[in-house]
Design a protein around this ligand. Structure first.
Ligand code: SAH
Length: 266
């Protein structure tokens, strides 16, 4: 029998506010999975890498303007220290070849920067991140971070939407939460992640539960018919109608050549 030798999925977060973690990631699905060791969370204080007397992490923007910018040197050492500590950990527990594997793994971890300028996060990217060892995530604050550290450490900028937060921590939590619920063993039913919004480029169909009648409104008859084929067809039609009406962008992407199609549209 093959043993799964994949190391545990791990999120490393670099932040000026490590006390914000696990926060909401410590409750419900993600929290139970964290407690039972399905995934690991490491929140590291960027300020620990500050070198001057005042432990400063930011400075005024070159060229002028409001606010402060996270320094490239401090952030780069915080990123490098996270990598070194992971290597040191593996050498305590592993043989030479395992140690090499762990170090290689570490260098292959996606290095993300939460940023409103980034590529918008999608369920597809979430699924890719779940397949890997888990990301290292840099949380910006103030006006953002010095461009040179983004370039020098190859940070992939990821946005959670077209609005501006005061820091990257909530955005990192959003990304981690989306990943963790897809890890094997986290969701109750094995396949409860396969039929939901975006899984097939469609928004999810409407859901109903008891009571049978709510303020005079019943449940669509087909859902109580016990006819699985009819239920399936109804749900598919609803998902398509909702997607067309609410997200013409998603619908158009689905109709594009090469997009996965499994539709009742013909
Ligand atoms: N001046 C920057 C915004 C800085 S907001 C700009 O105009 O682009 C401070 C930090 O919050 C950012 O560095 C980033 O880490 C985080 N942040 C803000 N909005 C975000 C979003 N939509 N997605 C991901 N991270 C975001």
């Amino acid at each position: 029998m093959a043993t799964d030798i994949r190391p545990m999925w791990r999120a490393t977060v670099l932040t000026l506010f490590p006390e914000m973690f696990p926060g909401p990631l410590g409750v419900s699905l993600a929290g139970r999975a964290l407690a039972s060791g399905i995934w690991q969370l490491e929140a590291r204080d960027i300020r620990a890498s500050a070198t001057d007397r005042h432990r400063s992490v930011d400075d005024t923007p070159a060229g002028g303007g409001p606010g402060m910018v996270l320094r490239a040197d401090v952030l780069a050492s915080a990123i490098d220290a996270a990598g070194c500590d992971a290597g040191a950990f593996s050498s305590q527990v592993g043989t030479d070849s395992r140690e090499e594997n762990a170090v290689t793994q570490e260098s292959r971890r996606p290095h993300l920067l939460m940023s409103p300028r980034g590529r918008p996060l999608t369920q597809k990217r979430v699924r890719e991140l779940v397949e890997g060892p888990g990301p290292l995530i840099v949380c910006g604050r103030f006006e953002g971070v010095d461009q040179r550290v983004i370039d020098a450490r190859g940070l992939e900028e990821v946005s959670i939407g077209d609005y501006v937060l005061s820091g990257g921590e909530l955005a990192a939590m959003v990304l981690i939460d989306a990943c963790v619920r897809l890890l094997p063993g986290v969701m109750g039913k094995l396949d409860s992640g396969t039929e939901e919004s975006f899984s097939d480029g469609l928004l999810e169909y409407p859901q109903y539960t008891r009571p049978q009648s709510f303020e005079g409104h019943g449940i669509p008859e087909v859902l109580t018919s016990g006819d699985h084929a009819r239920v399936e067809a109804w749900r598919r039609a609803q998902a398509e109608a909702l997607t067309k009406a609410r997200r013409p962008d998603l619908w158009a992407a689905r109709q594009a050549p090469g997009a996965p199609k499994n539709t009742t549209d013909g």
